[in-house]
Design a protein around this ligand. Structure first.
Ligand code: I3S
Length: 130
């Protein structure tokens, strides 16, 4: 059988902590709420997890702190460096999905945000060729 490992074997994977905010939901502008996020790229899907600081108290093991907040299908998405008017922060990426959802992704360290830009950009390109 063709398992998910085989299906996604050409796609890049990455995980780390970055700052993110959603700014549009299906074409409707929404209020920014910047939070740090454990972020995972796997199988062409980018998943932003909830900030464990805001996880419910009680039964706090490490695994229960990893709760998805947004899952972003990168197929048909676009990523670019955000125009200066989108944020006062440095090193901001703008990620737009085919479904009209928009996210800003940011990290002060140049190398960290550049690596995310490259991996997201290359994944979108790979998905486009499928
Ligand atoms: O694009 P905006 O509206 O200037 O974004 C800022 C606001 O969301 C602000 O919160 P308030 O909703 O309390 O105004 C945030 O604290 C800022 O971080 C947002 O701007 P930056 O430039 O950081 O993306």
């Amino acid at each position: 059988s063709t398992g998910s490992h085989q299906l996604h074997s050409h796609l890049l994977e990455k995980a780390g902590i970055i700052n993110k905010t959603k700014v549009a939901d299906h074409g409707k502008k929404i209020r920014k709420n910047w939070t740090q996020s454990w972020t995972v790229l796997h199988g062409g899907v980018l998943t932003f997890h909830k900030d464990p600081k805001f996880a419910p108290a009680g039964n706090m093991n490490k695994a229960s702190q990893i709760v998805p907040e947004y899952t972003v299908d990168l197929r048909g998405a676009s990523v670019s460096w955000a125009p200066k008017d989108k944020s006062s922060k440095r090193n901001v990426l703008e990620l737009k999905t085919r479904q009209g959802c928009e996210y800003l992704v940011q990290y002060d360290t140049d190398s960290i945000i550049s690596d995310w830009f490259k991996v997201i950009h290359d994944t979108i390109y790979q998905l486009d060729k499928d």
